[in-house]
Design a protein around this ligand. Structure first.
Ligand code: SF4
Ligand code: SF4
Length: 405
C-alpha cells in the first residue's frame, strides 16, 4: 500500500467518524428534523467526495512511496510546532487574567502560526499543523502523550502530502489523528463536553461564518500567507471575544479559530465567498453537535473544518452537475482562463480528457465548451489558479461568477 493510501485512510477515518458522531447526536436530540436531514446530506456528500478523492488521487499517486529530505524537515517542524505550542499554552493557562477566560490553546497556536509565517514561511504549514496537536488539553495530556501525539502527527503529515490538496482543515485532521492515537495508546479518556443551546448556538454560527469568510478573503483576495490569515483571525478572536463576553467569549473564540481553518481552503476547492459561508455554517453545526465526543484532542477543530470544506466542494460539484442537466447550453458553467495569471505551462491542456483546452499563440483557449465534462481536472492541475468556472454564453466570458446566481 502506498504512503498516500495510508495517509488517506487516516484522514478519511478521523473525519467520517467525527461527522457521524455529530449526526448521531443531532438525531438523538431532534429525531428526524430539518437539521438531521441536513446532517445526512452533509455526511453523504462527504462520503462521495472521499471516494472520488480515492479514485482520482490516491490510486494514481499510490506509487509515490519515495521519502526525501523535505519529509524529514516537515516531520521535525510538525513535531516541534506541537511541543512549543503545548508549552506556550500551559504557560498562558497559568497566567491570571481575572474574570476573563483567555483560550490559551487558541492564542498559543495562533502565535506559533504568525511567528512561523513571518520568520520561516517555507515551513509555516507543518509547524502550524504541529501547533494543532499542541492545542491538546494541558490537563489531560502528559508530556509523554504529547510527544507521542506530535510524532504520530508528523508521520501522518508526511504520509498524506499528496491527498486532499487545497482543503482547509487538513492540517488539523493530521494533528487530530496523532492526538487520538496518543490518547488510545496511553489509555486516557477524552473529556466530554455538552451541546450548547441555541441561545449560544446562533452566535457560534455567526462567528463561524464571519471567521471563515475573513480568513478566505485575506488569503485568496488579499493574497496573504494562508497560515498567517488563519492565525491572525485566531489571535484576534482569542483576545477580543473573551473581553466582549466573559461567559461565552472563550467558546466563541474557539469556534472562530475552527472556522478559520475552513477559510484556508484554496479557491479551486471552495470556489467563492457564498460557498465559504456555507462551509462556515457546516463548521458551526458540527462543532455544536460533536461537543460530547473526542474532546481535549488537539486538531478536532481542524477536522470539523476539513469535513466541512470537502462537503462544500461536493455540494458545489452537485450544483454544477444539476445545472448541466437543467440549463440551456449557453447558460452552462464553463471553464475560463484568466490570461493575466496563466504561465502557459500547458498542464491544463495535457490533463483535459475532452481536449477542450488548446494553446493558441500566447493564450490557452477553450475551444468547444459543449465538450467540457466539468471534471475540474484543469482547475486542480493549475498551480496559478488561473482557471475558473463561470456561467454565461461563451462570448460573455467576462461574466457572472457563481456567487452572483
Ligand atoms: S495549467 Fe494554468 S498556468 Fe498552466 S497553461 Fe493551464 S491555465 Fe495556464
Ligand atoms: S473541466 Fe475537465 S473537460 Fe472541462 S476543460 Fe477542464 S479538464 Fe477539460
Amino acid at each position: 500500500m502506498g504512503k498516500s493510501a495510508l495517509g488517506y485512510i487516516v484522514l478519511v477515518g478521523m473525519t467520517t467518524v467525527l461527522f457521524f458522531l455529530a449526526l448521531w447526536e443531532s438525531f438523538d436530540l431532534h429525531g428526524l428534523s430539518f437539521l438531521s436531514v441536513a446532517g445526512i446530506t452533509i455526511l453523504l456528500t462527504l462520503l462521495v467526495e472521499e471516494i472520488r478523492e480515492f479514485v482520482s488521487v490516491v490510486l494514481p499517486t499510490g506509487r509515490e512511496a519515495r521519502w526525501d529530505r523535505t519529509d524529514a524537515y516537515n516531520f521535525l517542524f510538525v513535531f516541534f510546532g506541537a511541543i512549543v505550542t503545548f508549552l506556550l499554552s500551559s504557560s498562558i493557562a497559568g497566567l491570571d487574567f481575572g474574570p476573563v477566560l483567555i483560550p490559551s490553546a487558541v492564542v498559543a497556536s495562533s502565535v506559533v502560526g504568525i511567528a512561523m509565517a513571518l520568520v520561516k514561511p517555507a515551513y509555516a504549514v507543518p509547524a502550524f499543523c504541529g501547533s494543532f496537536a499542541g492545542m491538546a488539553c494541558t490537563e489531560t495530556y502528559s508530556h509523554l502523550s504529547l510527544i507521542l501525539a506530535a510524532g504520530a502527527a508528523g508521520l501522518v503529515y508526511v504520509l498524506s502530502k499528496y491527498v486532499f490538496d487545497g482543503f482547509g482543515g487538513k492540517l488539523g485532521t493530521i494533528a487530530f489523528s496523532g492526538c487520538v492515537a496518543a490518547t488510545l495508546l496511553t489509555h486516557r479518556i477524552f473529556p466530554a463536553g455538552s451541546i450548547p443551546g441555541w441561545e449560544v448556538g446562533r452566535y457560534l454560527v455567526l462567528v463561524s461564518v464571519l471567521a471563515a469568510l475573513i480568513t478566505y478573503i485575506l488569503s485568496t483576495r488579499l493574497k496573504l500567507n494562508v497560515v498567517f490569515s488563519s492565525a491572525i483571525v485566531g489571535l484576534t478572536a482569542g483576545v477580543l471575544l473573551p473581553l466582549i463576553s466573559a461567559e461565552h467569549g472563550s467558546n466563541l473564540a474557539v469556534m472562530a479559530f475552527c472556522a478559520s481553518f475552513a477559510g484556508m481552503s484554496a479557491r479551486r476547492r471552495v470556489v467563492n465567498e457564498a460557498y465559504m459561508a456555507v462551509a462556515g455554517l457546516i463548521c458551526a453545526l458540527i462543532f455544536i453537535y460533536s461537543a460530547p465526543h473526542l474532546g481535549g484532542a488537539g486538531g478536532k477543530l481542524g477536522t470539523i473544518a476539513f469535513g466541512s470544506s470537502i462537503a462544500v466542494f461536493g455540494l458545489y460539484r452537485g450544483a454544477v452537475f444539476a445545472g448541466k442537466k437543467v440549463l440551456p447550453k449557453k447558460l452552462l458553467v464553463r471553464p475560463a482562463v484568466r490570461k493575466e495569471r496563466c504561465m502557459l505551462c500547458g498542464n491544463c491542456v495535457r490533463v483535459c480528457p475532452a481536449h477542450v483546452l488548446e494553446r493558441i499563440d500566447d493564450a490557452i483557449v477553450v475551444t468547444d465548451v459543449r465538450k467540457c465534462t466539468k471534471c475540474l481536472k484543469c482547475i486542480r492541475v493549475c498551480e496559478q489558479e488561473a482557471i475558473e468556472l463561470r456561467r454565461g454564453a461563451p462570448e460573455k466570458f467576462a461574466a457572472i461568477e457563481l456567487s452572483a446566481e
